[in-house]
Design a binder for this molecule. Structure first.
Ligand SMILES: NC(=O)c1ccc[n+]([C@@H]2O[C@H](COP(=O)([O-])OP(=O)(O)OC[C@H]3O[C@@H](n4cnc5c(N)ncnc54)[C@H](OP(=O)(O)O)[C@@H]3O)[C@@H](O)[C@H]2O)c1
Length: 310
């Protein structure tokens, strides 16, 4: 019996390096999960480019999160995390790290419950924001949306967000986040000079500008390089410069700590309005990946089988 997987055998631009290939099903008897839905995140695509070539063995199945059903006759839903790539029809999962999904959580939310929510929670735990002025870059992203929402809920004095696509502005305002256009470097410099903590997912010129303008005693947290460029300040920054990597932050977690973190996360995800998503069948993966980088677009989800669609 075979399934299908999005595999990369070399590093490169995802549309060139990835291929949908037949793959033998993992042997029966183990903890096997039939994938239902998986998001296309920058976090999934960046490794394909070779950014983490030192810790990836090729060939590799892509995808870091998603929801599926356990092939044990129960059909119960889990997130088969910390196993092989999730962009394959059936994942040989590890029951210790597979996360049970509460019944009332829809597949569309469960599929993206890991990378961005856990990263946002992890950063806010490490750099608390109560009473502080927060600045976000890449503010239209799923991760920044959660950072902004939970920063305000956690007592941030204010949250400002640097966005690229004009279509993002209204949603930021509705969430209580002061929108700053990415092209307006004067406004960005002013917001950076005012901020007590910045969470930057862009790097490049905007991240560098923010870091350079922040005051002594403030915190700049870099957690992404969506611009494709690194941060290069001209002189040593006054702000504390920190990096956040979810993988490193959770490296020492035990399965019990991991499961407890998800148990605490589900109620928070239930409260947040579910961000929009666009679904593509796995066989349409090229269109899905192309759509995932469209400015102002909704989060793209890969659906593994037409039969699962409701
Ligand atoms: N370090 C960690 O542990 C960790 C964990 C989770 C996520 N991340 C990082 O967080 C970032 C966001 O991930 P996500 O899944 O939340 O993203 P997402 O929902 O797919 O959103 C991507 C966003 O990036 C913006 N964007 C893309 N390229 C850009 C560019 N060149 N310049 C400016 N804006 C750009 C888009 O803005 P518009 O739509 O406005 O154009 C869009 O809002 C990524 O860098 C990811 O690697 C890091």
């Amino acid at each position: 019996m075979q399934t299908q997987a999005l595999i990369y055998r070399r590093f490169g631009p995802p549309l060139d390096a990835l291929a949908l290939e037949p793959l033998a099903l993992p042997p029966g008897g183990g903890f096997r999960v039939a994938m239902v839905l998986s998001p296309v995140n920058p976090s999934d695509l960046i490794p394909v480019t070779g950014a983490y070539a030192h810790r990836i063995t090729l060939p590799c199945v892509a995808g870091y999160e998603g929801v599926g059903r356990v092939l044990d006759g129960t059909g119960r839903r889990v997130l088969p995390l910390r196993a092989g790539g999730t962009w394959q029809g059936v994942v040989a999962a590890d029951p210790d790290w597979a996360v049970p999904v509460p019944e009332d959580i829809p597949d569309t939310l469960a599929a993206r419950a890991y990378i961005n929510p856990m990263a946002a929670r992890g950063m806010l735990a490490r750099w608390p924001v109560a009473g502080r002025r927060v600045l976000l870059s890449g503010a239209g992203s799923a991760c920044a949306a959660l950072l902004g929402r939970w920063a305000l809920a956690g007592g941030a004095a204010e949250v400002a967000g640097i966005y690229r696509a004009p279509a993002r502005r209204a949603a930021l305002e509705a969430a209580g986040i002061r929108p700053i256009p990415m092209a307006d470097h004067r406004q960005i410099a002013e917001a950076a000079a005012r901020a007590d903590v910045a969470f930057d997912s862009l790097g490049g010129p905007v991240g560098t500008l923010v870091l350079e303008r922040m005051r002594p005693g403030t915190d700049f947290v870099g957690y992404g390089l969506l611009s494709g460029q690194t941060i290069r300040p001209e002189r040593p920054p006054a702000a504390g410069f920190h990096r956040f990597h979810l993988r490193e932050a959770q490296a020492a977690w035990t399965p019990a700590e991991w499961q407890a973190a998800f148990a605490a996360l589900w109620p928070l995800l239930r409260e947040a309005p579910e961000p929009p998503a666009r679904e593509y069948l796995l066989t349409d993966w090229r269109a899905a990946i192309a759509a995932s980088s469209q400015p102002g677009g909704a989060k793209v989800l890969l659906r593994f089988s037409e039969e699962d669609a409701t």
